[in-house]
Design a binder for this molecule. Sequence first.
Ligand SMILES: *Cc1c(COP(=O)(O)O)cnc(C)c1O
Length: 419
Amino acid sequence: MQRFASGREAALALRPDHPVYCFRPSVLYADTRAFLKAFPGKTAYAVKTNGEPMVLETIAAAGVTAFDVASPAEFEAVAAVAPKAEQLYMHPVKAQADIRLALEGFGIRTLSLDHPVEFDKIQRIVQAFDIDPGEVSLFVRLQTRGAAAYELSKKFGAAPREAVELVQRIDRQGFRVGLCFHVGSQVEDVETYDAALKVAAQVRAQAGVALVGLDIGGGFPAPYGRDPRGAQRPVPDPVSLIGEIGADLRRHGFGDLPLVAEPGRVIVARSLSVIVRVLLRDGKRLYINDGIWGSLSDSWTGKITLPARLIPDPARKRRTGDPNRLDDFRICGVTCDSVDILSRPFWLPESVDTGDFIEIGHIGAYSLSLRTRFNGFYPDTIVEVEHPFEDDRDGLEGFANVETWGEATVEPVSGTEAV
Ligand SMILES: *Cc1c(COP(=O)(O)O)cnc(C)c1O
């Protein structure tokens, strides 16, 4: 993989006509360590967020020993880079063949579920393979409601009364039982976790059985850009958010239980940017060579403002517009589909023009994993970059609105608690 100090250096050296991902292993390493240090339990990285081998390798090297997986391809991806790592199969609704493969082929012993029929499936397979149910931990997924940028709780999760019955049944049948929830993605409000913990505490009290753990899922927010017009609140930094969640956990009586978290976005978002090129400027529209069907679908809901930096093409000698004033440009993606227009503008210098490069930062989460081959476009070039996206302060920055968490201090992690 080619290496560069910054995305700007990569853009000017390569002058790429197709999107180029800038992978920052040192940023990924630091953000992983920061989470491990802040979270007082087991950290299971959510593989769906970004399952590229280079990403999984770096996260494992930083000390993560557990992975949240949802499919045979994810079992394989983790086993390939971290054969000794523990896998937690946290997809609540599973194919029988996949449960068999998980239990028998990959030795997975922690699964989630939210329905009695799912328990029947798992129990049949556990019996067929003659596995001791006392070795299998089943986490009952609870329904939650909240204010995530991405609400993921509509599809999965048992209502409290059903959860109580399911917990009791799992316990009676000799399995180890825990509770889990996942409040959505990019959750910027600690109240959302607090509400879920409240439900978990009620279910625990009513079920009246000994639990082996509580898994609080993912959802921890990453920093993105800020619309210069809007008075948005800054994203809470994950360390203080986790501190607040910790206080909520104790208040709801979970101080005694082993904890698990399944972070995705917060760990991987900052570790990648993508360099795109302006194919055409038409007034205040910029047509770029990536888009909704490529690397940028995560921004489609309009809840995230992507930080974007202009890297002017030095070959362009004549420009109009003030390079020292920002304007909002509408971003049209590369496919022949009118859905392929970003829901939020990029704030860039007025002088941006055809042929210029734009580095879009903090796209490590839900970008590469969601790329499609629609219309024949498939960004797939990756280079390695040393410095964090937000460190490049060369000249006027169109992205001047990027959020940062301040200095993430990296210190050795102590062992995480096992469930
Ligand atoms: C997607 C997902 C995660 C990761 O969510 P982030 O918002 O990226 O942290 C964690 N747990 C489950 C069950 C998920 O589906």
